[in-house]
Structures are given as C-alpha cells and as structure tokens.
Design a protein around this ligand. Structure first.
Ligand SMILES: CCCCC/C=C/C=C1/C(=O)C=C[C@@H]1C/C=C\CCCC(=O)O
Ligand SMILES: N[C@@H](CCC(=O)N[C@@H](CS)C(=O)NCC(=O)O)C(=O)O
Length: 189
C-alpha cells in the first residue's frame, strides 16, 4: 500500500496534478496488466487535507485522556487512595465508591481507546471528513461519560456518554469496514 500526499491549491500545483493524474492513470494500466499475470499491485492511497482533521482529533483525544488521568490523581488525594491501589474497598474507605467511579470512568475509556484509535485512523483513510466528525463526537461523548461516572452515580454515565459513544463508535467501525471492503473489491476487480 503506497501512501502519497497530494495537495492542489495553485496553478503550479495544477500542472503537477496533471502529471500526478497521468502517473496514477499509468499506474492503473500497469496494475491491470500485472494483475493479468497474477501479481498483486499495491493500492495507492492519497492523504488529503481532510485527513489532517483525523490526526487532530487523535491529538484532542490524547489531551482528554491526560485530563482524565489528572482527575484520577486528584481523586486519589481527595479520597486518600494511594498507589498502587487500583480500586478502593468499602470496608476500608468510606469514599470507596466515589473514588472507584472516577477510576472506572477513566479505565473504561482506556479499554475502548485502542479500538477507537484503530477505527479512526483506518476509517479516516477512506472517509476522512466523516471519521474526523465521528471521532470528535466520540471524544465529546467520552468527556460526558467520564464526568457522568465521576459524579459517584454510575447511572449518570448512561445519560449522554454511553449512547453517544456507541453511536459515534459504530459509525467509525462502518468507516473502517468501508475502507477494508474498498481495498478488497479494488484488488479483485
Ligand atoms: C470505536 C470503537 C467503539 C465501539 C463502540 C463503542 C462502545 C462504547 C461503549 C461505552 O461508551 C461504554 C461501553 C461501551 C462498550 C461496549 C459494550 C457495552 C456492553 C454492555 C454491557 O452489557 O455492559
Ligand atoms: N469492562 C466493562 C465491559 C462492558 C462495558 O464497557 N460496559 C459499559 C456499559 S455500556 C460500561 O460503562 N461499564 C461500566 C464500567 O466499565 O465501569 C465492564 O466491566 O462493565
């Protein structure tokens, strides 16, 4: 798979794009010829300007994760739950549930984070604008998931955080699936 960047915003760029188009056209002809001989040709993927928004959403989520980490640290000091204790115990700490709700708000987000990153970056290769929008929505949803959970009442995560996370997350999975299917179909044709 070849990643090639192409930005066209000026007349000079126009001529370069014509050349790029000719190169791409030639590559497609070559690929079709080589496919007749059974060789699998790489599929060129252009990283457009919109993919930059996908990357910026990833950066935004990184800051959200750092912020959640800081909130857990503050809860450790507030409720006197010290390292390496992961979850407080009710019989030992009267504020155990309050701390554990903050901890779970972050931990649950971490459980899904690798899947989110993968779906965002892969789905964004095929649908950069949609993936960036859904990724931004998922990031906002995770903020409400955490703040709802951190109230100390687990049900509060369900008001906005869970449904919005699932809505945005499923959308990102569809974007990634579309990218995979497109790669397979293009190679097969
Ligand atoms: C991009 C990947 C996201 C996948 C879909 C999003 C799920 C978001 C979730 C959330 O905000 C909290 C949990 C869920 C995880 C999914 C399963 C819920 C299981 C329901 C249960 O029985 O508890
Ligand atoms: N590790 C999760 C797996 C399932 C899950 O993510 N459930 C969602 C509900 S849709 C959740 O918010 N669980 C609460 C939590 O992880 O603390 C759990 O133990 O509940």
């Amino acid at each position: 798979m070849i990643l090639a960047c192409s930005l066209s915003h000026s007349p000079v760029q126009g001529r370069k794009n014509d050349l790029h188009f000719q190169e791409t056209k030639q590559r497609k002809i070559t690929r079709r010829e080589e496919k007749t001989e059974g060789a699998a040709m790489p599929v060129p993927i252009e990283l457009t300007k919109e993919y930059g928004y996908v990357v910026l959403v990833l950066v935004a989520y990184a800051f959200l994760n750092f912020w959640m980490s800081f909130q857990v640290g503050k809860a450790r000091r507030k409720y006197k739950v010290f390292y390496p204790t992961m979850y407080a115990v009710g019989s030992e700490n009267k504020d155990a549930k309050l701390f554990n709700c903050v901890q779970r708000g972050h931990q649950n987000s971490l459980e899904v984070m690798p899947l989110f990153f993968a779906m965002l970056l892969l789905g964004g290769l095929q649908h950069p604008a949609a993936a960036a929008g859904l990724g931004a929505l998922y990031t906002v949803a995770r903020f409400f998931y955490f703040t709802g959970y951190a109230t100390g009442a687990p049900r509060n995560r369900m008001k906005i955080g869970v449904p919005l996370s699932i809505l945005a997350g499923v959308g990102l999975i569809v974007c990634a699936a579309s990218f995979g299917i497109n790669l397979v179909v293009r190679e097969t044709l």
